[in-house]
Ligand binder design. Structure first.
Ligand code: BTN
Length: 248
């Protein structure tokens, strides 16, 4: 596996995209100790100081239709949760589709970006940010963010964790590409899904409604039972799901 390490960079996702454009192969890993332009989903920033966190991005070159690529982000969430369990013993839950949460607070964020033609994927970049040995957050963040250290009082070796994420990702990626759906990962994913069997609020542009989350289907969509008892499949790109109380 080819690895690029930066003490500081703008964003490992930006580096990864550039390296992918230069032809770096499937499986290339980009890691930084600090990011000056860490990026989150929906145009948000991801605060990325040095020393305590993992900022990593992986270049994938899947030979799958572009329409299936959104499932990779769920594969990454599951893989990261499994790696955290293996290395620390901590049970992180998944907030659909791809945040990892401990005690109601976010510990991992994932940003997946793709470059594709009409249907053929050139590359996918999966960026994972893990709050590992962070001892505290800013006033705005601390209501919703946590770290492995805050939760346990212990420090963890970031290299070991990065290796475990890569190993799990490789394993689960293989399972995914065999079927091109989440059939063989769905059960594990649902067992970690904190939204499952809970009332959620679906935010869809200006519209919002409450429903009961049942778990993901084979396409990674969240199945929810609505008040009229019909079941709807929610597609990750189009809505955001909240618990009824606070972040989760
Ligand atoms: C989110 O908004 O939840 C996604 C956050 C993703 C952060 C990671 S850190 C490594 C990679 N590089 C980035 O700039 N973003 C992702």
């Amino acid at each position: 596996m080819k690895t690029f390490y930066y003490e500081e960079t703008d964003s490992t996702n930006i580096r990864a995209r550039e390296l992918a454009r230069e032809g770096q192969p499937h499986g290339t890993l980009i890691v930084a100790d600090a990011q000056t332009e860490g990026r989150g989903r929906q145009g948000r920033t991801w605060q990325s100081p040095a020393g305590g966190s993992i900022y990593m991005s992986v270049i994938l070159r899947p030979e799958i239709p572009a329409s299936k690529a959104c499932m990779l982000t769920l594969v990454a969430a599951l893989s990261t949760a499994e790696a955290i369990k293996e290395c620390t013993g901590i049970d992180a839950g998944i907030k659909w589709p791809n945040d990892l949460v401990i005690n109601g607070k976010k510990v991992v964020g994932i940003l997946t970006e793709m470059s594709a033609g009409t249907d053929k994927i050139d590359y996918v970049v999966i960026g994972v940010g893990i709050n590992v040995n962070v001892e505290g957050f800013s006033v705005e963040l601390k209501k919703t963010a946590t770290s492995l250290k805050i939760e346990t009082g212990l420090s963890f070796d970031r290299k070991t964790l990065i290796r475990a994420v890569m190993k799990r990702l490789e394993h689960n990626y293989k399972i995914f590409t065999e079927t091109l759906n989440l059939k063989n990962l769905q059960e594990k994913y649902n067992s970690l899904l904190i939204n499952k069997d809970r009332q959620v609020k679906i935010l869809c542009g200006p519209r919002s409604y409450e429903a009961y989350a049942l778990g993901i289907n084979q396409k990674g969509e969240l199945l929810v039972r609505k008040e009229d008892n019909t079941v709807e499949a929610i597609y990750a790109g189009e809505v955001s799901v909240r618990g009824l109380y606070g972040y989760v």
